[in-house]
Each structure stands twice: as C-alpha cells, then as structure tokens.
Write a protein of this length. Structure first.
Length: 543
C-alpha cells in the first residue's frame, strides 16, 4: 500500500480541543486552510501564533499556494471539519502547510490565526487501529491534529502522549520482525526454478494480453467518447454530492453535540428544581415559625408606640411649632379677612396678589408690634416689595414646618430673602408631553424653577413691546403666576398629609378627615389663613 501523500488526504480533525488553554472562550468557532509547499523548500515545522485578522488572510502572500479552505465549525471536544476535496496534484507530493483560524464568538466576524504548521506526510506516525480504538482520545495531547490518508489515521509524534508513543514503536518493531521472518526462505530448488520459468512465460503472455486489451479499450473509447463524457460528468456530480453529504453529516454531528449539552443542562435544572420542591416543606415550616414570633412581637410594639412614642412626638412637635409661631406671628390685619405675617400685610387670595403686582391695588396695611396700622409705603418702597417680603416669610415658615413634622413638600422651595423660588421636577413623560418634538424634549431640563417674587423690571425686559391692559401698571408674568398656583397646591397637600400623620399618631382617622374638611373652599388660596390654621392645629392641646 502506498504511504501517506498529499493527493490521498481525505480528512483532518482536532481532538481534545481546549481553547481555554489558549485564552479563548468555549464558544469559539474555527476553520482551517491548506497551502501547497514544494518538496525542495527548506523545512519549517515550527507552529506559531499570529495576531493577524481574517482580512489579511485574503491578501497574504500564500494565496497563490492555497489548496483548500474548510467550513466554519463550533468548538467542541472533537472538531470535524468535513471531507477534504483537493485539486489534482502530483502523486509524490508530501509537504503542505496547515493554518487554523479562530474567532471568539458567533457575533464576532473577525478571525485570528491560531496555529501555522508545516507538515511532511512522510514524518507522520501511523496509528494502530486496535490500539487507537482501545485508548481513544486519551492517547493524544491537547489540541492534537489527526490526518486521514486513504482510510488510515496518522498524527505527528509530538501530538501523542509519551506512553502511547512507546506502544506504537513497539508495535511497529514487532510487525517488522514478523515480516522479516515470513520473508526468510530456503535456496531455490529445481522445482522452484521450473516454477519461475513458468511464471516468466505467464508474464509474457500477460503482457501480450495487456497490449491487446489496451488496443481494444482505445478502439472502444473512440466509438464511445460521448458516453465517456457523460460518465465523467456524472462521476463529478456524484463526487460533489458526496462532499456535500459529508459536510452535512459533520454539521449534523456538531448540532447533535450541542443538543446533548442542552439536554444535560436541562437535566441539571430539573434536579435543582426537584431538590427545591423536596426542601420546601421544611423551609415553609421555618418561615411560619418566624412569622408567629414576629406576630407575637408586633402587639407590644404598637402598644409602646401608642403609650409613649407617639405622645412624645406630639408633645415635641407642639413645643417646636410654638417657637415657629412666635418667630412668624400671623395676625388678623383688618375686618376684611386680611392677615399679616411678622407685621407684613398680605393679600387674601392669588387674584388679589396679582392685582397688587399688576395694578398696585388694593392698598395693604402693615401691623407691627404696635396696635396702630402703618401704610406699606412707610416701610417698603412699593406694594410689590411688600408682597415679595410676605411670600419669603411664608416660604421660610412652611419649610420649617416641613422639617419639624418630617413631611416633605410636594414642590421644593428655596428661601433667598425676598427672591425665593419654587422648584418643580418633571418626569420624562411630562417633558415629552410639554414639547411637540421628541428630539427637542431630549434637550429640555426636567427641573423647572418658578419665582415666588414679582420683578417688574425683569418682566418689562422679557415682555418689551407688548402693550399693557387697561389700568395695568406692570406687565404680566406667567411664571410668577405658575409659582403662586404651585405654592397653593403645596399648602393644600401639606394639610392633607399632616392630617393623615396625626390620625396615625392618635389612632383616630375621623380626626384627620375633620382637619382637612375644616379648610373652607374660599380659603384654598389664602396662604396666611392656611398657614395660621396649620400652626393652630399643631399647637392645639392634646388629650
């Protein structure tokens, strides 16, 4: 039988694949390329790693010597690249170059050169079939390459484990010894000479028959040239179909291995679920015991809260709010329902606040520590400054009450003297609803600041050229009006949440409902009335 040579190469496969040793993930994929190497070229069998990408593979200098490119397969313990179909080559061709290309994952389409090996088929070791079937893949090192020539398996000596190399060499030596013994023969006898003579005559007759048969074949081929072409075309088609079937078989084997891995993972999950179900009764019993322990501790805690903690909270709040009430005294300024805070007269509704800011009517009165009422212009330069000062006092007092009661305000307010502001934080949905274009809404801030003071000069700059209304002295400021509306909502929500908190402390929900219901509808935007009501509610004597 002819030894291994390049035209007889049928299959290349990798066994004991371990990409993790090379720093690659388990889900890597790979293919190989074969390159022709002339027999007279200097031998270079050293493998090396390369960082080049697959893009350089198509432009490399060895493209003129490229013989074959395999299909791409997924990494597993054994990688079969399918049957090899090489172009026509001289029969005595032994040398070739193998390059293995890998990619880290299915999503990565770039391949890197993992291994570059020059191989001489004459130096490969023939694998004994019986020993190979007995030992299996355990006879090879990691990432070993197996070459199949005409149905017989070969591999480089370096890919075999040391113990298996010794077994192969012993088997070869034993086989050679047996062949030598079988070839030993005595000297030729007369019968042997006669037999040799008969064989010579037979060979001459055979040569004559061979020549005659050859002439007949050539004559037949000339007459059946068309049939021969059809047979050759059919043979090529069948060869191509065989190669396609081999590729499909290799692909199906890879899919089967992947499916087996999935089945194994599913079995593991089923075992875990079964273990969880079996251990659930004990776990449920433990949870129920803990719930009973917690339930037995809840009632004493509620009793402790009702007997000592809540009364202490209400008493401390009463004392602190009394100090806040003294710091920001709210008194009735006249018989028309106007109140003053810290001696600063203030309108009784948002409509009246805007009337004072835009038209400077009606007039306001300040009530100081004396009983006499002073005109606001004797204390402030304008009625607008009087309104701004009252708003700053309201902001400061409401922020203090929010801190004392630990009830956050719906809208954050920042105190800054007579130029306090209210901050509204919008959700992304509100920003998109307020802007027709979504692309424009992406650049809009989710924090909006509204002034709680009226600045006539700033309003004139913003609304320059817009005529004023009848009797109007100052221009209208929409952001200021929005700030007043949100301040009114702040007070209303604070009253509601304060009533809910006190209902929990007192254990009487009707008390909270009565607190919310005690605010008249016509006082919903009367800032000082609601603020005064809150302070009275918090400083009222408890039972």
């Amino acid at each position: 039988m002819i030894g291994p040579c390049l035209p007889n190469l049928r299959l290349i496969r990798l066994v004991n694949v371990s990409f993790s040793l090379l720093g690659l993930p388990v889900s890597a994929k790979a293919f190989f390329s074969l390159h022709y190497v002339p027999n007279d070229m200097k031998e270079d069998t050293e493998g090396k790693e390369n960082e080049s990408e697959i893009g350089s593979f198509a432009e490399c200098s060895e493209m003129s010597d490229l013989l074959y490119v395999s299909e791409v397969v997924t990494a597993c313990t054994r990688m079969n690249f399918g049957m090899i179909s090489l172009p026509s080559l001289p029969q005595m061709t032994y040398r070739l170059r193998l390059k293995i290309w890998v990619s880290p994952s299915d999503n990565d389409h770039s391949f890197s050169l993992l291994l570059d090996v020059s191989v001489d088929a004459r130096n490969l070791v023939l694998l004994d079939h019986e020993l190979f079937m007995k030992e299996g893949d355990s006879a090879f090192n990691a990432n070993a390459i197996i070459w199949k020539f005409d149905g017989r398996d070969y591999c480089p000596k370096t890919d075999l484990r040391e113990s298996f190399v010794d077994t192969i060499l012993q088997t070869k030596s034993a086989s050679k010894s047996i062949n030598r013994k079988s070839r030993e023969k005595r000297s030729y006898t007369i019968d042997d000479a006669r037999h040799i003579g008969s064989l010579v005559l037979g060979l001459r007759d055979f040569d004559l028959i061979r020549l005659t048969t050859s002439d007949e074949i050539e004559t037949s081929l000339k007459h059946n040239a068309s049939n021969l072409e059809l047979c050759q075309a059919k043979q090529k088609r069948l060869s191509h179909e065989i190669a396609v079937l081999d590729q499909m078989i290799a692909r199906q084997e890879s899919a089967n291995e992947s499916l087996e891995a999935q089945i194994l993972a599913m079995r593991n999950r089923v075992k875990e679920a079964k273990h969880t179900i079996e251990s659930y009764p004990a776990y449920e019993k433990l949870i129920l015991e803990k719930q009973e322990i917690v339930a037995s501790q809840v009632a004493p805690l509620y009793e402790s809260l009702a007997d000592s903690v809540y009364p202490h909270i209400l008493s401390a709040t009463h004392n602190i709010v009394s100090i806040v009430n003294d710091a920001f005294p709210i008194t009735l300024a006249d018989t028309d329902g106007h109140y003053s805070i810290s001696g600063i007269g203030f309108p009784h509704s948002i409509k009246e606040i805007l009337s004072v800011c835009y038209y400077e009517t009606p007039s306001l009165q300040n009530s100081g520590s004396q009983l006499t009422l002073l005109e606001p212009k004797k204390v402030y330069d304008s009625l607008v400054e009087c309104v701004n000062a009252g708003l700053s006092q309201i902001v400061s007092a409401l922020n203090l009450l929010s801190v004392v009661t630990a009830i956050p305000l719906k809208y954050e307010m920042a105190f800054n003297g007579s130029k306090s502001v209210l901050i509204e934080r919008l959700s992304p949905q509100q920003v998109i609803q307020n802007n027709k274009s979504i692309s424009l809404a992406m650049h809009v801030s989710t924090t909006v600041t509204y002034p709680l003071y009226y600045d006539a000069e700033e309003s004139r700059k913003l609304l320059e050229g817009i005529p004023l209304g009848e009797g109007q002295i100052h221009p209208r400021n929409v952001r200021f009006e929005r700030g007043l509306a949100l301040l009114s909502r702040n007070l209303t929500v604070f009253v509601s949440e304060l009533a809910d908190a006190y209902s929990r402390y007192n254990g009487n929900e009707s008390m909270g409902y009565s607190a919310v219901g005690s605010v008249p509808l016509d006082c919903a935007d009367h800032f000082l009335w609601i603020l005064h009501y809150i302070m009275l509610y918090l400083t009222a004597p408890t039972k």
